[in-house]
Design a protein around this ligand. Structure first.
Ligand SMILES: O=P(O)(O)OC[C@@H](O)[C@@H](O)c1c[nH]c2ccccc12
Length: 258
């Protein structure tokens, strides 16, 4: 399965990163970090869904999605369109991301930034902080419940928010037991790469109203947004549709029904 490959690669990568920049170096530079932006507040809108717009050059299922890829330009367009938050893929091999994009984007926007990567080691949480993230993604399917609880605790101690990603009932139960605040339902099945908004429809029934709920992946039309709104989600995470749009402004207008 692709996720296993990504995790194997990630473990190797983190091992190398630790050799280059040991954890104590990272921890000692944390105090110089700029103040974090409130990722959670991005979903407290009174009207309409919040949009987390993603910067994503490629994916394992689609290959290269955007050819003339310039993360700064994309971030500027997202900011002009008042994206409530921006997600940045930093995974390099399968998504062609880069750790440096967080800082590049941070300088051109005041939107809170989500680091989208495959976090399997506490080292990456401290690293996210110094790279300029305000929030991190934690994918339940690649973590144990103990890790999830521990990672959330570390993130909280650094003032980082967590988006906890689930795809099925068992993963959702773990997220709820770990008392996660912001839950992302991934509509993409990582075994088949198929997306279906019925994943959100089925899982949302089991999530208490007090949680912030984000629907992720496979959101392409105004109709998709309207459907998710009726289900009661607080926000949507959209990548590919924006990356393929010939005009990002028009795509935002379409999504917002303007
Ligand atoms: O490009 P899409 O279908 O709009 O999906 C965005 C986002 O949800 C997707 O990139 C994603 C969801 N969970 C992830 C975990 C890792 C990497 C990527 C992802």
């Amino acid at each position: 399965m692709i996720l296993d490959k990504i995790v194997t690669y990630k473990k190797m990568k983190v091992k190398k990163e630790k050799e280059i920049t040991p954890i104590n170096h990272i921890i000692s530079s944390i105090e110089n970090c700029k103040e974090r932006r409130n990722f959670k507040r991005a979903f407290e809108k009174v009207k309409g869904l919040s949009i987390i717009a993603e910067i994503k050059k490629a994916s394992p299922s689609k290959g290269i999605i955007k050819n003339n890829f310039n993360p700064m330009e994309i971030a500027i367009a997202y900011t002009e369109n008042k994206a409530e938050a921006i997600s940045i893929l930093t995974e390099d091999k399968f998504f062609r991301g880069d750790n440096s994009y967080l800082n590049v984007v941070r300088n051109v926007t005041s939107a809170p930034l989500l680091r989208k990567d495959f976090i399997i080691d506490p080292y990456q949480i401290y690293q996210s902080k110094i790279l300029g993230a305000d929030a991190i993604l934690l994918i339940v399917s690649i973590l144990s419940k103990t890790q999830l609880i521990e990672f959330q605790k570390i993130a909280r101690s650094l003032g980082l928010f967590c988006l906890i990603e689930v795809h099925n009932r068992a993963e959702l139960e773990i997220a709820l037991e770990a008392d996660s605040e912001i839950i992302g339902i991934n509509n993409r099945n990582l075994k088949t790469f198929k997306t279906s908004l019925s994943t959100t429809e089925n899982l949302i029934k089991h999530i208490p109203k007090s949680k912030i709920i984000i629907s992720e992946s496979g959101i392409n039309t105004r109709q998709n947004i309207k459907f998710l709104e009726t289900l009661g989600v607080n926000g949507v995470l959209i990548g590919e549709s924006f990356m393929r749009a010939s005009c990002i402004n028009d795509k935002f207008k379409e999504f917002r029904g303007e």
